[in-house]
Design a protein around this ligand. Sequence first.
Ligand SMILES: NC(=O)c1ccc[n+]([C@@H]2O[C@H](COP(=O)([O-])OP(=O)(O)OC[C@H]3O[C@@H](n4cnc5c(N)ncnc54)[C@H](OP(=O)(O)O)[C@@H]3O)[C@@H](O)[C@H]2O)c1
Length: 420
Amino acid sequence: MPIPFLYDTLTNGPPAWVPGWARDPWTLFQIVAVAGFLYLLKRYFSGTATAAERKMHGRVVMITGGTSGIGAAVTRNLAERGAQIVLLTHLPPSNPFLADYIGELRQQTKNQMIYAEQVDLASLHSIRKFATKWIDNAPPRRLDMLILCAATVTPPGGQRIETEEGIEEMWMVNYLANFHLLGILSPALRAQPFDRDVRIIIPTCFSYIRSPSLNNALVKKEWTPAKAYARSKLALMVFGQAYQKHLDAYKRPDQLPMNSRVIFVDPGFTRTPGMRRWLTRGSLWGLAIYLCSYLVPWFVLKSPEMGAQSILHAAMDPRLGMGPGGKLIKECSEVDFARMEVKDEEVAKKLWEASDKLIEKTEKEQAALRVLEKKKQELKEKEKKEAEKAEEIDALIDTIKKGKEAEKKTSRRKGKKTSS
Ligand SMILES: NC(=O)c1ccc[n+]([C@@H]2O[C@H](COP(=O)([O-])OP(=O)(O)OC[C@H]3O[C@@H](n4cnc5c(N)ncnc54)[C@H](OP(=O)(O)O)[C@@H]3O)[C@@H](O)[C@H]2O)c1
């Protein structure tokens, strides 16, 4: 059908139903040029796909934020390749959404080795509970990769939010949670056999370039969501570099060099729930405008699958499993850091010490609160039991009284009968 049509058009000219503008070769050229330009622009905004391949079968990948956005796309890709996935999510395993999500993922990727562990990254206690359980195993559990995709963002104009433990939410989830998790998991990472190429992948965001300095605290008066988000990402990068040094400094019992590497990744602007929350300012009006003008974010932002490409590159490129760690990957290529602070050891030392102190102080306070709460609970239980006991005794006394009254009545009746 198209061939006879094309032949007919070439020999006899376009059919009568073709409008005038479409008969003009110059107009047609302009349309094709614009369409071609838009196509190339869309390809550019979609970013680079990785060509890296690695056998993932049997490798254990722990991932945070693996239930949505870029993390979900990374999880699906690695699960399809046969990796054993451990999803760290704040949802309990009994949550119907999580059960459905894992069920579907297992079915679609034909991989049954997908599990979830409940870890609320807004809670130091929850992280400690999970991580200590993970390392409390002999021999040490296999761990090939740790991908730290979870993050939270307060939309522009939003209020400063504190976690239940009293720490600013973005600082906690985006930075301190990873500091705490990696700190406790450090023995598990260092204990991996020398021939295991272990990677710790840290997604970051180019906003770290505009972050206020880590040398000065972000006081409440100067706090804005953009500053706090950027600062949490810069802190994560400074810590990541220091963590690589901490791993490298470890003397393995087999005297072989460290085989765990930190790799930073900038995934680029991507259409994810997090990005949507940021663009819509977390409001219904914002969401309505976003949906009405969806063509714009669709055009300029990457799909989650394309946003996942640089992370997959970091996970699979064989060259990144050699040489020193601490590299930054963007569009599937190694790039330089744009802030000197990232590699500043003095800044890293101060940050590490301050983070340790904050964790120690918060954990102590929270432990004391938990003890108090437990005591309150025990007191309540005791009071409840005592009230139940008192009720039981009252009921018993009541029954005895009633029994005695009934006895008295029958003896009175018997007395009357004998006298008559
Ligand atoms: N999207 C972009 O344009 C972009 C650009 C640059 C860098 N990045 C970085 O790429 C990574 C992924 O971004 P994304 O946009 O895909 O994120 P996202 O869609 O907002 O997803 C964030 C994930 O973090 C999890 N999470 C949030 N708070 C948590 C908590 N307290 N405990 C446990 N999990 C928690 C969420 O779980 P629930 O869904 O269960 O809440 C969700 O799975 C982030 O590190 C982000 O900073 C993204």
